[in-house]
Design a binder for this molecule. Structure first.
Ligand code: ATP
Length: 482
C-alpha cells in the first residue's frame, strides 16, 4: 500500500541524434526535443484506483512508465510514501506492472510464469548476531549504493555545465537552450543535495541490517496458490500460454504481479487485446481484485468507458497536459473544459456555437442559423458574472443527447438518420440550413422519418457553456444565477 506524489513532473524526449550545429557552430540540440508530459501534478492516496485516460499520444503511458522507473523523469519530483524515488531503480520501487502484451514466457507453465519473479527475487531477512538479535550498524552496502548514484548524478551535472558553457560562449547565445539547460541543472542539483543528505544519514546512523535471501519453495507455492485461488485459475497452472485464451493469459499476468505483494499496481491497457465481451468481464474482475487487495492501482486506458467504470478518480490528459482530475460522476456532470466534455460520455456531447445574452431572468441563446431560445437563469448552473453583463458573448453550448427532449414549442431541426437501439432511439438532427449536426437520444419509439421536421428543447439543468477562446467552462457546480 502506498501514496504517491507527483510534483511538476516533465518528460522531455531529446531530439533524435546528437547535438546538431549550424554554420555558426551554435548548438541546435533543443530543436528536436519533444515534451511528452508537461507539469504533471497529483497526489494519489493509499488504496485509490486511479485511471489515466486520453487519446493516443497524450502521455499517459509515459507517465506510468516514469512512476514504474522504466523511463527517466526529465524534471520534477516523484515521491512514493514520502520518499523521493527519481533515482531509485525500477526493481527497488516495490511496484508491479501489467502490460497489454501480457509479457509471459511461452516455454513456462502458468505456475512457473507466476512464480518466476519470486524465484529470482531476494527478500530482506533480519541479519542476526550470535544471540539472535538483529544487528544494528552502519550499512556499508547502502553507502556504496548511494555513492554510485551520486557519481552518476554528478557526471550528468558536469555535462549540463558544459552545455551551458557552450551556450554562453556561442557567438549568438540561444536563450531558450540556455534556460532549458539551466532549469535542468537546478533540478539535478536538488537531486544531488537529496542524495548527499541520504549519504550523510547512512554514514552517521546505525540502521538494522538485512540479508537478502531467496524465498523457500514452500513460500513460493503458497503465494502462487493464493493468487490462483483469487483469480480462479487453479486449473490452468500446468498449461502453457499458447494453450490459453487472451483473458486467461491476462489473469496469469495479474497473478504474477499479485504474488510480488507490490505497494502499487501499474496496469498499461491490460485489456486492449481482448474482445468486447471479455473486456467487460475482466473490467469487473480487476475492480473486484482491487477491492480485495486494497492496494493502490494506476490504470492506463484510452477507453473512456473503462475509465468511468473502474476509476475512483480519473486523470484526463491531452497532449501531455492534465485536463481534469476528478471522480467519474464529476467529470461527467462538471467537465472543466470542452475537451473533457467531449471525451467523456457516449454518444459524445453535442456542441453548438452560440451567442448568449442576459435578458432579465433569462439567458437568450442565439444559434448560427438565427433561431433563438430562452433558458431560465434560475434553472441553469451559475454562470460567471462577466458573461451576464447584458452584452452578447460568443460561447459553445454543450448538451448531451439524453438531455434534449422533443417539444413542439422548441427550436426547429431536421431529422437526417434514425437509429432504433431498442431501449432508446437515436435521432441524428441538423439545425436548419447552415446549422450543425447533433444527436438526440429519446426513450420513446416514434414514427419520424428522415427529412421530417422536429422541435427540440434543452433540459436547462444539463446545459454546459464554454468560453469560445479558452474553451474553459464558464459555469460553477451550483445552480441559481442572481
Ligand atoms: P498510446 O495510447 O498511443 O500509447 P499514450 O498516451 O500512452 O498513447 P505515450 O506512449 O505516453 O502516449 O507517448 C506520448 C508521446 O511521447 C507520443 O507523442 C509519443 O510519440 C512520444 N514518445 C513516446 N516515447 C518516445 C521516445 N522514446 N522518444 C520520443 N518520443 C516518444
Amino acid at each position: 500500500m502506498a501514496n504517491l506524489l507527483l510534483r511538476h513532473v516533465y518528460k522531455v524526449y531529446a531530439g533524435v541524434g546528437k547535438a546538431k550545429k549550424n554554420a555558426k557552430g551554435e548548438s541546435k540540440k533543443r530543436s528536436g526535443d519533444f515534451v511528452a508530459v508537461k507539469d504533471f501534478n497529483m497526489e494519489i492516496n493509499d488504496g485509490e484506483f486511479i485511471v489515466f485516460v486520453g487519446p493516443s499520444g497524450c502521455g499517459k503511458s509515459t507517465t506510468l512508465r516514469m512512476i514504474a522507473g522504466l523511463e527517466e523523469i526529465s524534471g520534477g519530483e516523484l515521491y512514493i510514501d514520502d520518499q523521493l524515488v527519481n533515482d531509485v531503480d525500477a526493481k527497488d520501487r516495490d511496484i508491479a506492472m501489467v502490460f497489454q502484451s501480457y509479457a509471459l514466457y511461452p516455454h513456462l507453465t502458468a505456475y512457473d510464469n507466476i512464480a518466476f519473479g519470486l524465484k529470482m527475487r531476494k527478500i530482506p531477512t533480519p541479519k542476526l548476531d550470535k544471540q539472535g538479535e538483529q544487528i544494528i550498524a552502519i550499512d556499508n552496502k547502502k553507502i556504496a549504493e548511494i555513492n554510485k548514484k551520486l557519481k552518476k548524478l554528478r557526471k550528468q551535472n558536469e555535462s549540463l555545465a558544459k552545455d551551458i558553457e557552450k551556450c554562453n560562449s556561442a557567438a549568438e547565445p540561444n536563450e531558450s537552450d540556455r534556460a532549458y539547460y539551466t532549469e535542468k541543472k537546478a533540478l539535478l542539483e536538488k537531486r544531488i543535495e537529496s542524495a548527499e543528505r541520504e549519504l550523510e544519514h547512512y554514514q552517521n546512523t546505525p540502521v538494522p541490517l538485512y540479508n537478502y535471501v531467496h524465498m523457500s519453495k514452500q513460500e513460493i507455492d503458497e503465494k502462487v496458490k493464493w493468487a490462483a485461488d483469487i483469480l480462479g485459475i487453479e486449473e490452468l497452472l500446468d498449461s502453457k500460454p499458447a494453450e490459453m485464451s487472451g483473458g486467461q493469459r491476462q489473469r496469469i499476468a495479474l497473478g504474477r504481479a499479485m504474488v510480488r505483494g507490490p505497494k502499487v499496481f501499474l496496469l498499461d491497457e491490460p485489456l486492449s487485446n481482448l474482445d468486447a465481451k471479455l473486456r467487460t468481464a475482466m473490467r469487473a474482475e480487476i475492480v473486484k481484485l482491487h477491492n480485495q487487495l486494497k492496494t493502490t492501482f494506476i490504470y492506463v486506458t484510452h477507453d473512456q468507458i473503462e475509465a468511468m467504470t473502474m476509476g475512483t478518480r480519473i486523470v484526463v490528459m491531452k497532449l501531455g497536459v492534465i485536463q481534469q482530475i476528478d471522480t467519474p460522476t464529476n467529470l461527467f456532470d462538471y467537465p472543466e473544459n470542452k475537451f473533457v466534455a467531449g471525451f467523456i460520455g457516449t454518444p459524445q456531447m453535442n456542441f453548438f456555437e452560440v451567442d448568449i445574452k442576459r435578458e432579465s431572468d433569462n439567458l437568450n441563446v442565439t444559434f448560427k442559423d438565427g433561431q433563438s431560445v430562452r433558458l431560465a437563469l434560475s434553472e441553469l448552473r451559475t454562470i460567471q458574472d462577466e458573461y451576464l453583463d447584458g452584452n452578447s458573448h460568443s460561447v459553445y453550448l454543450g448538451v448531451r443527447g439524453e438531455n434534449v427532449k422533443l417539444d413542439e414549442s422548441g427550436i426547429k431541426a431536421t431529422l437526417s438518420i434514425k437509429e432504433v437501439l431498442g431501449n432508446t432511439t437515436q435521432l441524428f438532427l441538423r439545425l436548419e440550413e447552415k446549422g450543425s449536426d447533433f444527436i438526440v437520444s429519446v426513450p420513446e419509439r416514434n414514427d419520424l422519418m428522415p427529412g421530417d421536421a422536429v422541435n427540440i428543447k434543452f433540459m436547462e439543468k444539463f446545459v454546459h457553456l464554454f468560453d469560445k477562446e479558452t474553451e474553459l467552462s464558464i459555469m460553477s457546480r451550483e445552480y441559481g444565477n442572481k
